[in-house]
Ligand binder design. Structure first.
Ligand code: PMP
Length: 421
């Protein structure tokens, strides 16, 4: 029974684990866009295990690929050759633009970003890394230093050589949607806080944990130029935004018409399997050629088989086009809810990476944190599991498995309307 599981969790698992609902929810089964609790109650999953279940819970093609590979070979190491990792690297990099052709597989987004920062430092010979305020890049010691949310910072030394620049947030920022104006802060930070040369710049192309915050138009092209001029590499954290989630494009960075030097990916890449990757150009990849860099589980055959199945499903099931279609419908319905409910300050995002910012009043944009939690509880009663985020916990994050249907979208927004009322 659930009570027993909860008691065991409190006793035997770290108190660092948290849950969002007053009465914790227990999940025992998942099927595509739905989750089931221990009593068999069905929920529409609008958060996808924190934007991780990309193509659907237990998608049959992913399950079958994992089962087959598990029966054949569960683990080997990169000191031997194996076809799963090599074919996967080819298939994955085929989906990236430009000269982004070399992959290094790891197990989590934090590891991927740690590696990206290290490569940028090795390649450039510089140390300073620029990152955005309100970003989230992981919980390893290195990436926690980059992450810029007080919620995710502990009172221990961290973040040496990290320079946080103005967040180009079109809703709360001073320059609205004018990316070039926010980019001036990057020029200023490079010229005042660094020796003139930087190792790189890292950014999510839509901030995820920070509350589904898109970057102001034209921001990345302007910043990428400045960073490259200062000798640095441009890193796109596609942990949440990749694999068609933004609908219009396969990768989030394509929405700003840039090509990064390093792309990090995790979460949706494995539909829930522990899989992540750093993809870069052959030239940048060379920085590790003379070094013994090793990752025991990275690129293990089971996760690679699962990752390959995800790539196939994204293509065969028309996942990206579906994210665009259902995402547009959701946006339309959410904008209509904004007209009706004053507590909604902003509706934003792209494809199936959406945010709804809750405010006490629209002029001051004061966060409506308690109201957000209340609506979230009510949505749970109505059978919808939604995410929340933002520094003040006042942004709903709607990022479901990308197999969400238009009927699910109608159900979600009707429940949302009821909960808000
Ligand atoms: N980057 C982004 C954009 C993320 O959202 C996350 C996880 N929330 C990470 C990196 C870190 O990934 P992981 O939890 O797999 O280490």
């Amino acid at each position: 029974p659930k009570e027993e599981v909860y008691a065991l969790r409190k006793k035997f698992l770290s108190p660092a684990l948290f849950h969002h609902f007053k009465d914790p929810i227990m999940i025992t089964e998942g099927k595509m866009q739905y989750l089931f609790d221990e009593r068999g109650r069905r929920y529409l999953d609008a958060f996808a295990g924190i934007v991780t279940v990309s193509v659907g819970h237990c998608h049959p093609k992913v399950v079958s690929a994992v089962q087959q590979q598990s029966a054949l070979l569960q683990h080997t190491t990169t000191i031997y050759l194996n076809n799963q990792i090599t074919e996967y690297a080819k298939e994955l990099t085929d989906r990236l633009p430009g000269n982004l052709k070399v992959a290094y597989f790891v197990n989590s987004g934090s590891e991927a970003n740690d590696m990206a920062l290290m490569m940028a430092r090795l390649y450039s010979g510089n140390y300073d890394v620029l990152a955005l305020r309100n970003c989230y890049h992981g919980m390893s010691e290195g990436t926690m230093g980059v992450t810029a949310h007080s919620t995710w910072k502990f009172n221990v030394p961290q973040g040496f050589g990290i320079r946080h620049v103005l967040n180009p947030n079109p809703y709360t920022g001073n320059f609205g949607n004018d990316g070039a104006k926010y980019a001036e802060d990057v020029r200023d930070v490079i010229s005042t806080c660094t020796p003139g040369g930087v190792a790189g710049f890292i950014a999510e192309t839509i901030q995820g944990v920070g509350g589904s915050v898109p970057l102001a138009d034209g921001y990345l092209p302007a910043v990428y130029d400045m960073v490259r001029e200062a000798g640095g590499l441009c890193i796109a954290d596609e942990v949440q935004t990749g694999f068609g989630r933004t609908g219009t494009n396969y990768w989030g960075f394509q929405n700003q018409a840039v090509v990064p030097d390093i792309v990090t990916m995790a979460k949706g890449i494995g539909n829930g399997l522990p899989l992540a990757a750093v993809v870069t150009t052959p030239e940048v990849a060379q920085v590790l050629a003379q070094r013994l860099h090793f990752n025991t589980y990275g690129g293990n055959p089971v996760c690679c088989a699962g990752g390959r199945a995800v790539l196939r499903v994204v293509d065969e099931d028309g996942i990206q086009a579906n994210a665009a279609k259902v995402g547009n419908l959701l946006l339309e319905r959410l904008h209509a809810l904004k007209e009706k409910h004053d507590v909604i300050g902003d509706v934003r995002g792209q494809g199936l990476m959406l945010g709804v910012e809750m405010v006490k009043d629209r002029a001051s944009k004061q966060p409506a944190t308690a109201e957000t939690a209340q609506v979230m509880e009510r949505l749970r009663e109505l059978g919808v599991l939604i995410g929340k985020g933002g520094l003040r916990g006042n942004v709903f994050r709607i990022k479901p498995p990308m197999c969400l249907t238009t009927a699910d979208a109608e159900f979600l927004t009707e429940a949302f309307d009821l909960a808000l009322s």
